[in-house]
Design a protein around this ligand. Structure first.
Ligand code: TYD
Length: 205
């Protein structure tokens, strides 16, 4: 059975660790799994990622930013996600369209409806089965990121911006309780893993 599962959350919330566990779980079930990150996941989308995260591009217009994320996504959907789903693969995404809804729609203030509308063509009717939100206070996420590597253009945004992101995700989860499963990302890695796997098993029933 094809599935599209997305992981979302503020910068530094620990998505990649949990994605690794999910991959392990599905492969243990004999499923074919595909992982991809956004922005990126194809050679064209990775080039767009460089433009988006480049610290030299501090003058980027918010609308241009929205379209660049959407363009990177459209390429990924066409080249990778859609064919994989059609082949019955479990696709696990490190960020997807909800990142645009929260970062561009809420934190940048372009509006959530506008963001989904802009992304509609590129999504090409692909539907998300389950979204895991790793909920973490903005300060904590940024602290984790700072200890890992140099900050990129988005991470360098103000604390206020990152607070809007964290709050925006909570709001989005409250609006979509069926699809978005919120997990407290201050819990231990192992506890988070258990919570996510329980939810995924429910989905598979
Ligand atoms: P990345 O290094 O992948 O961040 P993380 O490890 O936190 O996932 O960088 C992606 C950045 O781009 C991140 O700050 C979130 C932001 N972003 C958007 O603003 N809009 C989007 O649609 C997506 C996919 C990401």
């Amino acid at each position: 059975m094809a599935l599209l599962i997305t992981l979302e959350g503020p910068d530094g919330c620990g998505k990649s660790t949990q994605i690794g566990f999910l991959k392990e779980y599905f492969e243990g079930q004999g499923k074919k799994v595909l992982l991809a990150r956004e922005p990126g996941g194809t050679s064209i989308s990775e080039k767009i990622r460089e433009i988006l995260l480049d610290n030299d591009n501090s003058e980027m217009d918010y609308r241009a930013e929205l379209f660049l994320y959407a363009a990177a996504r459209a390429q990924l959907v066409g080249e990778v996600i859609k064919p994989a789903l059609e082949a019955g693969t479990v696709v696990i995404m490190d960020r997807f369209v909800d990142s645009s809804a929260v970062y561009q729609g809420m934190a940048r203030g372009l509006g959530v409806d506008t963001v989904y509308k802009v992304n509609e063509i590129g999504l090409d009717s692909v539907k998300i089965d389950l979204t895991i939100l790793l909920d973490l206070p903005a300060e904590e996420g940024l602290k984790r990121k700072k200890s890992q590597h140099e900050m990129d253009r988005m991470e360098k945004e103000s604390l206020d911006f990152h607070k809007k992101v964290a709050e925006g995700y909570r709001e989005l989860a409250a609006r979509n309780p069926e699809r978005i499963y919120k997990v407290d990302a201050t819990k231990s890695v192992e506890e988070i893993r258990e919570l996510i796997l329980d939810r995924v098993k429910e989905l598979m029933k």
